[in-house]
Design a protein around this ligand. Structure first.
Ligand SMILES: Nc1ncnc2c1ncn2[C@@H]1O[C@H](COP(=O)(O)OP(=O)(O)OP(=O)(O)O)[C@@H](O)[C@H]1O
Ligand SMILES: Nc1ncnc2c1ncn2[C@@H]1O[C@H](COP(=O)(O)OP(=O)(O)OP(=O)(O)O)[C@@H](O)[C@H]1O
Ligand SMILES: [Mg+2]
Ligand SMILES: [Mg+2]
Lengths: 223, 223
């Protein structure tokens, strides 16, 4: 289980103070698929980054299988990310000087139980573009490389920030099916931020965020 | 009018050849709002970049009000872009070291008939974040700065590549209304690439692309 207890995040820029998260309590259970919805600027990316160990909260605590991440030093947090978490970032964060295949290899080389980069790129429909660089790929193709990179790691926890934002409906469904398959077959605890309503149907729970707070949780019994 | 005649684009990377566009014929009429739909990798961004003077075709010609853009030298093409075209790029292209307001000022300072940057940022709901840098804004907020920058210029032609990809439905509608208003009130010739079905309803015409070709054109009589 991944738990947030009273997590808040306040950014201080000069005299201005922006509260991105205002005291969030949340548990993600092993093998669960949870979708996060909410308006632009409501704190979705901030919450996922903190749960995934990419950012530290201003107050509150985060626990992974009983260990308190918020007490970890930088090195321990890096090991938590490396050994347990896969990310699909909102802006892909691909390495421009590496090909699609090399971007995926970057992660599989240090993963405990990876898929091959060829298989991962095949799953997202990019077998024919593995030796192209990010600048030679369209927006949606770059996003699919980012997804292949996260899936290839076969992590315990998969954090996806708008995984289908740059994709047409058909390509989006291919990608979502790949994420859902990893969750179902491997038991990957999966958190997806999206504005895409079809994704909400796939989830065990849908969590609504607004102005840095959880305002509603919807259980999806049909899954 | 903006016209493409037999426009094709072929990328050569090593031994591999990728045909992004395979002979496209198209006219965008003055004041028209046209939506481009199509799967990931079908050539939408490539077509908009060529029509907007950001890229040159491998073959074929592009005309703006009778002048042949494809005969322009680099300096003349820059003047065409500066004096006539506003862009909302798929990946925003904000300048990281400038605030939201300064990113918009960059364009209004050299525009012929601009809005103020404060007004443009107000239209997209970011009056309260004008002095923040891109890294201090969420994904959707950054996208809205990119839209404000294009609208503020009040250009003859507005090219929008996935303008609502990072936005929730409600915020997306605010932004689309701003684009539609500029088109209606100023007569801005507007081309929008999107996977968002509501946008297609706003358009005079919807153009479907697949594998670098136009496969269908739908006229929307209700507009
Ligand atoms: N520099 C390049 N070198 C090689 N191929 C390229 C290059 N730029 C684009 N392409 C290819 O051209 C095709 C069209 O790309 P384009 O960016 O126009 O697609 P798109 O329709 O905008 O897709 P998306 O919806 O994913 O953004 C894609 O298959 C892409 O990989
Ligand atoms: N470094 C920072 N400095 C100041 N404010 C910040 C910083 N990073 C994020 N914020 C603010 O915190 C709030 C939450 O941001 P977050 O990125 O979590 O939103 P989001 O829900 O992911 O939005 P979107 O759907 O637009 O991606 C936003 O108002 C954002 O502007
Ligand atoms: Mg975000
Ligand atoms: Mg594109």
């Amino acid at each position: 289980t991944l738990e947030a207890r009273g997590v808040s995040k306040v950014y201080q820029t000069g005299a201005l103070e922006v509260t991105a998260l205002g005291g969030v309590d949340l548990s993600l259970f092993e093998g669960e698929l949870v979708v996060f919805l909410g308006p632009s600027g409501s704190g979705k990316s901030t919450l996922l980054n903190i749960l995934g160990g990419l950012d530290r909260p201003s107050a509150g605590a985060v626990y992974f299988r009983g260990d308190e991440l918020t007490q970890f030093d930088d090195h321990a947090l890096t090991l938590y990310r490396r050994d347990h978490v896969g990310f699909v970032f909102q802006f892909y964060n691909l390495v421009a000087s590496l090909t699609a295949r090399e971007n995926v290899d970057l992660v599989t080389e240090i993963a405990i139980n990876p898929m091959s980069s060829d298989d991962a790129l095949g799953v997202v429909g990019l077998s024919h573009r593995m030796d192209h660089f990010p600048a030679e790929l369209s927006g949606g193709e770059q996003q699919r490389v980012a997804i292949a990179r996260a899936i290839a790691k076969q992590p315990d926890i998969l954090m996806c920030d708008e995984p289908t934002g740059a994709l047409d409906i058909k390509t989006g469904i291919t990608v979502l099916q790949a994420i859902e398959q990893t969750n179902r077959e491997l038991g990957t605890t999966t958190a997806i931020i999206t504005h895409n309503a079809t994704v909400a149907n796939m989830a065990d729970r849908v969590i609504l965020l607004a102005d840095g707070h959880i305002i509603e949780v919807i259980e999806n019994s049909s899954r």
